[in-house]
Design a binder for this molecule. Structure first.
Ligand code: NAP
Length: 308
């Protein structure tokens, strides 16, 4: 028989949302454990500088923010287990979490397992990450004032990032693999009207070039089969996100793989809540993730309190 731990709440995920949910839930007096598969931090920990998180006028590195959040969680009394959740199954009105280490029985669950930006998997992308290659215009766009950047993708994220960047950079190329945008018409039309946004259609990037920083991107036109190169100072990859929801199977309602919640962060399953990047949400930022997490912890508290 595997070891079974019993709690009122299990928070799954150790990024900004998970840590915040833990801090709030402890302060509500819930008996909880936070499960993180590796070191806490999630995507936040990889951000070089976060300049838009309120309260840090000089900006703060992602690693520092996570260190402070982790410290705060520990000071508050959040207990941590290192375990990767593999399955969640209903068990007599509660939830049983199967992990690689042991099982957990719990009344409520807050899922904060995050999402990862999809990679292009082309030469230069990994080597120049943080030196011109970015997956977040809201985070890094500021550095490209008056410069030339490329956005890869044709969805809402790519077009919204292009619009955002067009107010900062001098010129923005949008490189899309088809001749029609996936983005919603309203936002697409706005981008198509912007004089400093130039669309490069039917084209995929084949290499991101530069020694210490990005200097150009190599392109291949899928219709004409022509190869070309465009000089840029930055490349913003916006080809979608991959939510870390594979382990959920068909337990919870998902939209494009992301967890659907209501405004109290309730999922389609009673007692299971979600917060942060894994949630179906219009903006994936630390500020929104921690806001979600506070609401999720409040909802989980109410749910547990009614069943005590
Ligand atoms: P998305 O809708 O999946 O779009 C990804 C885009 O990248 C598509 O245009 C796709 O091309 C392209 N792409 C995918 N893989 C590629 C590759 N390997 N090489 C080149 N191009 C590639 O992703 P998203 O834009 O991040 O949006 C994700 C979800 O969040 C969507 O449901 C979106 O509506 C939503 N969202 C909403 C808002 C909002 O409402 N304000 C803002 C952002 C995102 P194809 O078109 O050819 O498939």
């Amino acid at each position: 028989m595997p070891e079974v731990k019993d709690h009122e709440l299990v928070v799954v995920g150790g990024g900004a949302a998970g840590l915040t949910a833990g801090i709030y839930a402890v302060r509500y007096g819930l008996d909880l454990v936070l499960l993180a598969a590796g070191a806490p931090g999630g995507q936040t920990a990889t951000a070089t500088t976060i300049e838009n998180f309120p309260g840090f006028p000089e900006g703060i590195s992602g690693a520092e923010l996570i260190m402070r959040l982790t410290q705060q969680a520990q000071n508050t009394g959040v207990s941590f287990d290192s375990a990767e959740v593999q399955q969640i199954v209903p068990d007599q009105g509660r939830w049983r979490l199967l992990t690689d280490v042991r099982e957990y029985m719990t009344t409520a669950v807050i899922l904060t397992v995050g999402a990862s930006p999809r990679r292009l998997k082309i030469p230069g992308e990994r080597d120049l990450f943080g030196r011109g290659v970015s997956y977040c215009a809201t985070c890094d766009g500021f550095f490209y004032r008056g410069q030339t950047v490329a956005v890869i993708g044709g969805g809402n994220s790519a077009v919204e990032e292009a619009l955002y960047l067009s107010d900062i950079a001098e010129k923005v190329y949008v490189i899309h693999r088809r001749d029609e945008l996936r983005a919603e018409k309203v936002v697409a039309d706005r981008a198509l009207r912007k004089p400093n946004i130039q669309f490069i259609w039917d084209t995929v990037p084949t290499e991101i070039r530069g020694e210490d920083a990005v200097t150009s991107v190599a392109l291949h036109n899928k219709k004409t089969e022509e190869d070309s190169e465009v000089a840029v100072d930055g490349v913003f990859v916006a080809v979608g996100y991959e939510p870390n929801t594979g382990f959920l199977g068909d337990l919870i309602e998902l939209r494009d793989g992301f967890i659907v919640t209501d405004q109290r962060m309730r999922t389609s399953q009673p007692g299971i809540f979600a917060a942060g990047d894994v949630r179906d949400t219009p903006l994936r930022q630390v500020a929104t993730a921690v806001g979600d997490a506070a609401i999720a912890a409040d909802s989980a508290y109410r749910y547990v309190a009614e069943r005590r």
